[in-house]
Each structure stands twice: as structure tokens, then as C-alpha cells.
Design a binder for this molecule. Structure first.
Ligand code: ZN
Length: 224
């Protein structure tokens, strides 16, 4: 177990470096505009995603949700709510398997395709944006992405919400690092993120920075 944890931490730290360096595949990790985009990974989660959606609706902010296919399959009503409230739904793989970087090309292709099909069933639209689990890519991803019509999306601001011990720490990390053009990485599967979100949005407003949908910030269509 310890070995798995150490390997996992090493992989996530490496992935963060790698996705911005475009090491194996070309990922978009920065916006082209003065506005920023909020992105949420690892949902939908029945406990925390509704809270996040409530705050986004109240603040009239549109975000992007990189959903895990197997969770979306379990909570299709939540997936539909995300789409109906005007947020972008994007692909974060079906399995989110921690060994996904070791999948063969055909298994990887099927995994990504499966997530797209679940979204299509719920929304009638096929995602064009994909974020690799743990930010780790390899040459097999380029084929898997191409055959699914997916564009890899990274991030420029890692909120570290997965490690944040309090909502105040999380708010501080995001606000102190934030700059125009950022793609902010958050997780809608975490209660600390749900608790911090309202303050984060208010702080961004006081900096007079607009939050826009990812598709606008990077000037790309979110669906195939
Ligand atoms: Zn993830």
C-alpha cells in the first residue's frame, strides 16, 4: 500500500510538471484572454457537486466539469443538471484508474470513448475537452485522443484543494497565485472546495477579473 501511495504521489507531482511542458501530447494549459476559467475534476459527486452548482448559479458563473465516466453513469440526473445550468461537461476518462497511464492504446481509447458516450446519452452532445487523470500523459494518449476527437486540457493554477487542510488555506492559495488567463484546477468531489468556492469567486470579483467558460478563455468549441 505504501509503495502504491509513494508511486501515486510521484506520478501526480510529475504529471503536474509534464502537462504544462507538453511533454508527450499538446495540452492547452493557459487561457488567451484577460479572463480566467474555473475547472472542476473528479465529479459528479452527490454530496458536493450540488453545493458547487448552487453557488455557481447564485453567482452567475459558468464553469467546466471534467467528469469521471463511471460516476456520471451512476448519477445521470446530476450530469444533466450540470449541462442544463450552462456549464461545460468535459471528459476525465471513464475509470480514472490510477494505472491508466499504463493502459494499452486500445484500452485507453475505449476508456475515453466510454466517458464520451455516457455524456452523449445524458446531453446529446459529445465532449471535445479532456483532462488526463493525474495530469499524466504518454504517447498512447495521442492516438486515443485523436480517435475520440478530444483536445487535452491542463491547468495553469493548481489550487492544491486535494491537500488543503482548511477552506481558508485553499482560498489563500487560489487568490495569491491568481493571474489573468489562468485555468484553475479544482475538484467538485471535495467538501473543502464547496466550502471555499463562494469566497474564491468574491475575491476574484474584487480583483476585477472575469470568470468565463473555458471554451471562451481558450477560444475552442467544447463539444465535437
Ligand atoms: Zn482526477
Amino acid at each position: 500500500m505504501l509503495i502504491i501511495m509513494v508511486a501515486y504521489l510521484g506520478v501526480t507531482a510529475y504529471g503536474s510538471y509534464q502537462i504544462q511542458a507538453n511533454y508527450f501530447i499538446k495540452s492547452i494549459s493557459y487561457g488567451k484572454k484577460k479572463s480566467i476559467a474555473l475547472t472542476f475534476d473528479d465529479g459528479p459527486d452527490p454530496k458536493t457537486t450540488p453545493k458547487i452548482l448552487d453557488i455557481l448559479r447564485e453567482k452567475n458563473v459558468k464553469a467546466t466539469f471534467f467528469v469521471i465516466g463511471k460516476k456520471a453513469e451512476k448519477y445521470p440526473e446530476l450530469l444533466r443538471r450540470i449541462g442544463e445550468e450552462g456549464h461545460i461537461i468535459a471528459n476525465h476518462s471513464y475509470s480514472h484508474n490510477y494505472l491508466i497511464a499504463f493502459f494499452s492504446t486500445s484500452r485507453l481509447t475505449k476508456d475515453l470513448q466510454c466517458c464520451n458516450e455516457i455524456v452523449f446519452e445524458a446531453l446529446g452532445k459529445t465532449p471535445a475537452f479532456f483532462r488526463p487523470p493525474f495530469g499524466v500523459t504518454n504517447p498512447r494518449y495521442s492516438k486515443a485522443l485523436k480517435s475520440n476527437g478530444l483536445q487535452s486540457i491542463g491547468w495553469s493554477l493548481r489550487s492544491m484543494d486535494t491537500k488543503a487542510r482548511s477552506k481558508y488555506k485553499l482560498i489563500d492559495t487560489v487568490i495569491s497565485k491568481l493571474k489573468r488567463g489562468d485555468i484553475v484546477l479544482l475538484h467538485d468531489s471535495l467538501s473543502v472546495t464547496a466550502d471555499a468556492l463562494e469566497d474564491i469567486i468574491e475575491h476574484i470579483a474584487t480583483k476585477r477579473i472575469d470568470i468565463e467558460p473555458l471554451s471562451k478563455v481558450i477560444n475552442k468549441e467544447p463539444y465535437v
